[in-house]
Design a protein around this ligand. Structure first.
Ligand code: UT7
Length: 324
């Protein structure tokens, strides 16, 4: 039986930090509200030529270095992003060039905040069926470029970043299972208002750009319910109990959603990796960024069992149960 295992992790963050106090100066909000409702204290925002693919390049290089893998050995690159540098070529193709990968397959997966879970699931399948031995999986986003800095309901939430893992074929698990779902009936609760075939909006305004629209409260309720369901589905598929888990590595949208999932798992917050306070919601990058942080600071050790999960626009949601 072939499994895939995580051989190395990496991350890339913009240099510029925007704190809640910085936001207080430009919109009608407060540090107290943002921390209390979301758990966010600061976020990173791209500047000076940084972009989704520059962040992703850094994350991928670090993951390959940690895995002791040379770019020439990579068989496939799968990239979760909703905020590509350009419509095409795909971000995966742009990163393939930057990293000097061989002529391997390279693709973007758009599943909003669940993009990394979808990318990981695809990569795992390629390895399990024997089509690839080493796969680079990345989640990278620059959602701050899609927010209106005058709208306090969305601008305070998002941050930029990238996280990556190298998956490699192994006789031992590794990834025990992945689970992905979507329900397009919820498309209007979290979306951008424009796009390529619908047009980019009112071009008579030079400063026009698409922006994120979210019915936050409704998204919150469905997110909590749905994450409970996928956690049960994942444990059930592996015939495991909540108490078997060592770590929860959740999507970092809101500390209250993260805490609700931890409570449902009867898990102490000491076993939950939290980065939302410093990163905000980095969409497809949030899970691999959190994973990399806890691997590098020595919290997560080889052999431990971890549950990764995410929920986002679409709606999409996904999870993975992994023996590290
Ligand atoms: O990653 C993809 C998935 N996304 C999520 O899971 C996000 C889910 N949603 C959430 O995290 C929360 O719903 C938010 C953090 C977005 C909002 O928190 P909330 O507790 O649901 O607040 P609300 O939207 O119900 O707004 C409560 C009040 C409103 O004022 P009134 O109408 O009660 O007077 C808002 O206008 O808070 C006001 N408000 C703010 N006040 C200060 C909204 N944003 C802000 C702000 N600063 N930034």
């Amino acid at each position: 039986m072939i499994y895939s295992r995580i051989a190395g992790t990496g991350s890339g963050l913009p240099e510029k930090i925007v704190t809640n106090q910085d936001l207080e100066k430009i919109m009608d909000t407060s540090d107290e509200w943002i921390r209390g409702r979301t758990g966010i204290a600061e976020r990173r925002v791209i500047s000076n030529g940084e972009s989704t693919t520059t962040l992703a390049e850094v994350a991928c290089r670090k993951a390959m270095e940690a895995a002791d893998v040379d770019p020439s050995q990579i068989d496939l690159l799968v990239m979760g992003t909703t905020t590509p540098d350009v419509v095409f070529p795909s971000s995966a193709c742009l990163i393939q060039k930057k990293l000097g990968l061989p002529d391997c397959g390279a693709m973007d997966v758009n599943a909003a905040c669940s993009g990394f879970m979808y990318a990981l699931s695809i990569a795992d399948k390629f390895i399990r069926c024997g089509e690839a031995k080493k796969v680079l999986v990345c989640g990278a986003e620059t959602l701050t470029q899609l927010v209106n800095w005058e709208r306090r309901d969305t601008a305070v939430l998002f941050g930029d970043g990238a996280g990556a893992v190298v998956l490699e074929a192994s006789n031992e698990a590794g990834i025990l299972s992945t689970h992905i779902h979507a329900n397009g009936n919820y498309a209007d609760l979290l979306r951008t208002d424009t796009g390529v075939s619908r047009g980019f909006g009112d071009m008579s305004h030079n400063d026009y750009k698409p922006e994120v629209e979210m019915k936050g409260n409704e998204v919150f309720k469905v997110a909590v319910r749905t994450l409970h369901r996928i956690v049960e589905e994942t444990l059930g598929a592996n015939d495991l109990q909540k108490s078997d888990l060592d770590w929860l590595i959740p999507h970092q949208a809101n500390l209250r959603i993260i805490s609700a999932t931890a409570r449902m798992l009867d898990m102490s917050m000491d076993n939950v990796v939290v980065t939302v306070d410093r990163h905000g919601n980095t969409s497809a990058a949030s899970v691999p960024l959190a994973l990399d942080e806890a691997v590098r600071d020595g919290r997560i050790r080889r052999g431990e069992l971890m549950l990764l999960e995410a929920f986002g626009g679409g709606f999409t949601w996904g999870s993975a149960l992994i023996r590290f």
